[in-house]
Design a protein. Structure first.
Length: 247
């Protein structure tokens, strides 16, 4: 199992904190988001990492090489990170994944048991779902009565939504193969570089192919927080102390 961590963004909403420091390296009081993420994954038995970097790439690379000498790390540079979105960063990994992948955004503070629950599930392709009242800005999920994802995106009806996708996904080799084909078309032929990767997920879901089914795994019993704003950052400092005791 490989872990793909997308960490190329600028994090404008966290300025001035992120003027000179990438979001994933912001100090939460004795550690940072990236450190916590990698430790969580190591504790779940994952040792093979792909990092997609952009803003302050060398700072992130240096931190990982200094603090995690025993993991297998590959670094991929998104050279135009200011003008594209996370689907482009994900596309850049296509020549380096070799089997099933755990995909994570780099701005999530989370309980490691979320990863364990995804890995232990019988679903080959699944996403971590937090069952709470989501808002318009969050990636929301609509499911059937078997937890199969029918729709994913910001445009999912709030009243019908099963909750929020927190940005941690387990993707099968079949799903990845088809996903990269779609991304090839969008990026190389259509020059569509500024999408969220969930748009591509939705295209595959719409095929109604059993090999491409995506399922939601409810992880609401565990703490997690996506850090986008200064308010989130202040909350993360408190949550970080709680979660560090559980590693």
């Amino acid at each position: 199992m490989q872990a793909v961590i997308l960490a190329a963004g600028i994090a404008k909403r966290l300025r001035p904190y992120t003027n000179e420091t990438p979001k994933c390296l912001l100090d939460l009081g004795g550690g940072n988001i990236l450190q916590h993420t990698i430790n969580n994954l190591i504790n779940c038995g994952i040792n093979d990492f792909i990092f997609v970097l952009g803003f302050k790439a060398e700072m992130i690379k240096d931190f990982i090489e200094k603090n995690f000498k025993n993991i297998n790390s590959r670094f991929i540079l998104n050279p135009d990170y200011e003008n594209n979105n996370n689907s482009y960063s994900l596309w850049l990994t296509k020549d380096y994944v070799n089997n099933q992948v755990l995909l994570l955004d780099s701005d999530i503070l989370f309980d490691k048991r979320i990863v364990n629950k995804l890995l232990d599930s019988n679903f080959e392709t699944c996403i971590a779902l937090k069952n709470h009242k989501a808002d318009e800005e969050q990636i929301k999920v609509l499911t059937d009565n078997k937890s199969r994802v029918l729709k994913i995106g910001k445009d999912v009806d709030l009243k019908k939504s099963a909750g929020e996708s927190i940005g941690i996904e387990k993707l099968s080799k079949n799903f990845l193969n088809e996903m990269y084909k779609v991304l090839d078309r969008k990026i190389l032929r259509e020059n569509n570089v500024n999408e969220f990767y969930e748009v591509t997920f939705q295209e595959l879901i719409d095929r109604n192919n059993d090999l491409l089914n995506m399922y939601a795994v409810d992880v609401s019993e565990y703490e997690c927080l996506e850090i986008d704003t200064i308010e989130d950052f202040q909350k993360a400092k408190i949550l970080f102390k709680e979660l560090e005791y559980k590693i």
